[in-house]
Design a protein around this ligand. Sequence first.
Ligand code: NDP
Length: 252
Amino acid sequence: MELFSLEGCTALVTGVNRGIGLALAEALAEAGADIIGLYRTDCRAAEKAVTRYGRRFHALQCNLEQTPVEGLSEAVRQAVNLGGRLDIVVNNAGIIRRSPAVEHSETDWDAVLQVNLKAVFFLTQAAARVMKEQGRGKIINIASMLSFQGGILVPSYTASKHGVVGITRALANEWAACGINVNAIAPGYIATDNTAPLRADPVRNRSILERIPAGRWGTPADLKGAVVFLASPASDYVNGAVIPVDGGWLSR
Ligand code: NDP
């Protein structure tokens, strides 16, 4: 399985300590990568998960909502110093704010667009400067079903996730010839803190479950295969793809 091996690679994963980010970091470590874990509040769970596979874990604290563009460049510089190299970036950290569109505040709009889209673009821009020098690199963005659909009561989130697919394609076009693969994973409905309010609402929970052909909520572990594929040489000719891992939601 040489094609899927990440031996000798270093991956930066944002939002590394819980939910989907934790599972993605664990999968990359299991495939052989050392992990630079970008976290906001705590990274102990991620450190434990990564080192269990005998890989190195480097902690990098950064609040993506409050860090200006120069700070994101500095975070990438620190990541390269910590890891010695930078082969893979997984832009996973994300937030959601729920309210009807007529009540959606500027504060919520700005926070969601900052974390989910602006920070993704500028962190990726800084990483690509390093990857261009190396002549290769893998950027993996975490999109959403709401990269394709309108969603319910989450207008800023939907705007940000449509944007994530837009920049995935734009950057893939520009950087494919430099050996940098830019792709996205679009998770379906995954049981994490992000979706806890939906699962706690019996009406929403039932209507979501009824629409998923697989008949169950996804788990963060369901995304492990896609991230290893997109991080590894197996995807070297995959550029600008958005891979749904959704139990069939989009095919419905
Ligand atoms: P969680 O809410 O479980 O985790 C979010 C992660 O993002 C946490 O690690 C959190 O850190 C981090 N984060 C939030 N704000 C910041 C910030 N300002 N700076 C740095 N890190 C931050 O979410 P999920 O695991 O569910 O979501 C992960 C990604 O997957 C998101 O982009 C989300 O939009 C996307 N997604 C999720 C789906 C789902 O069904 N769950 C479906 C489709 C996409 P901290 O622990 O410090 O708060």
